[in-house]
Design a protein around this ligand. Structure first.
Ligand SMILES: N[C@@H](CCC[C@H](N)C(=O)O)C(=O)O
Length: 349
């Protein structure tokens, strides 16, 4: 039996001060799911921010930290979604969406509600999620709708003189020799198609850390930055430096935005076709769609791995003291690693 089915995060009866968390990942982009139903009083925004900063720290956090916390609550009354997800980055900032995270939340809500296709409420939209065929034994897969898409500078909170949008353009004031595209899905992404040496080089980190310093004139609220290498027709590799986190194994919304730019710039006839998107933590599949009103949306299809069930005294968690935490592995991580080993060598760098 899948142990996860008997793990009842929402009971909240472990004793007043105990918090339950679920460690999860999509393509190695890892999170702690926190179901706020377990509390009589949900954590305040300040507590959520502190919790994320404490447990996600890669050196001092819980079991090696994470890229963020995914807070799950019932959806608000305007929404018919099965649940609501909020995304708190490792630095405590809040993001409007998380493509890898939403698949894990979808799986969590699916198990709790015995449904395989439904909507999840996010900051700007209720997004469709759906269970898909496993990638491999014990590698569970969900698809998520990535939407709404915008190229408008105002939605990206992007400020380059005279530019209302940015599609494959040089930005000599930022980084000569690269062509950038900017797309909000709806969190902001800056994307450059590069060769292999540029993909593995240090320029991505230099550009992204500057654009996320909170002081630069171009993206004062920060931006997720990705370098993309075309590996073959309909096959790309995406490396991302995330706002609020730094380098990650993968960023689901970045892979979706990169897929959209790949289709628009290189293969406009490949709308509605499946793309393979490799990343340092594994591989996902994407499909770029266009609606009748000409707006775009992307299907992001990938693993939703449950790594471990965690309990920890709430006060200790907020103070960053993890000595009393329990950590119970689900056994899925070994299956995921096995799946990744089976991918062709050029798919993981
Ligand atoms: N890892 C996520 C994106 C998380 C939010 C991002 N860091 C931001 O601030 O926009 C994904 O898989 O999409």
């Amino acid at each position: 039996m899948n142990r996860i089915l008997v793990f009842k995060l929402d009971e909240g009866k472990l004793g007043g001060n105990t918090m339950k968390l679920l460690k999860v990942h999509g393509s190695g982009n890892d999170f702690f799911i926190l179901d706020q139903k377990q509390f009589k009083q949900p954590l305040t925004d300040n507590q959520l921010q502190t919790l994320a900063q404490r447990i996600c720290d890669r050196k001092t956090g819980l079991h090696g930290g994470a890229d963020g916390v995914l807070s799950v609550t019932p959806s608000t009354k305007e929404s018919a979604a099965l649940g609501r997800m909020r995304v708190i980055n490792a630095d405590g900032s809040e993001a409007s969406m998380c493509g890898n995270g939403i698949r894990t939340v979808a799986r969590y809500l699916s198990l709790k509600n015995q449904q395989t296709a439904f909507k999840v409420q996010t900051m700007y939209a209720d997004l469709l999620v759906k269970q898909e065929a496993d990638f491999a034994p014990k590698v569970k897969v969900f698809a998520a709708e990535i939407s709404p898409v915008s190229f408008a500078a105002k939605d990206l909170k992007m400020h380059f003189a005279g530019k209302e949008q940015l599609i494959n353009q040089e930005l000599p004031e930022l980084a000569p020799g690269f062509k950038f595209s900017a797309v909000a899905v709806p969190n902001p992404h800056l994307i450059a198609f590069v060769d292999h040496q540029q993909l593995i080089g240090s320029k991505l980190g230099e550009i992204a850390s500057y654009l996320n310093d909170g002081k630069n004139p171009y993206f004062p609220d920060g931006v997720n930055v990705s370098f993309v290498e075309i590996l073959a027709k309909n096959k790309i590799f995406v490396r991302t430096y995330e706002r609020g986190v730094g380098y990650t194994n993968a960023c689901g919304t970045a892979m979706s935005a990169s897929s959209l730019m790949y289709v628009l710039l290189y293969q406009p006839q490949e709308l509605e076709q499946q793309l393979e998107v490799c990343n340092p933590g594994g591989m996902v599949k994407t499909i770029v769609h266009q609606r009748q009103d000409s707006s775009y949306w992307i299907s992001l299809i990938g693993n939703a791995t449950f790594v471990a069930e965690v309990t920890i005294p709430q006060d200790a968690a907020l103070q960053g003291d993890f000595q009393a935490a329990t950590w119970q592995e689900t056994g899925e991580q070994a299956a995921y690693e096995n799946f990744v080993r089976g991918l062709k060598k050029d798919e993981i760098r």
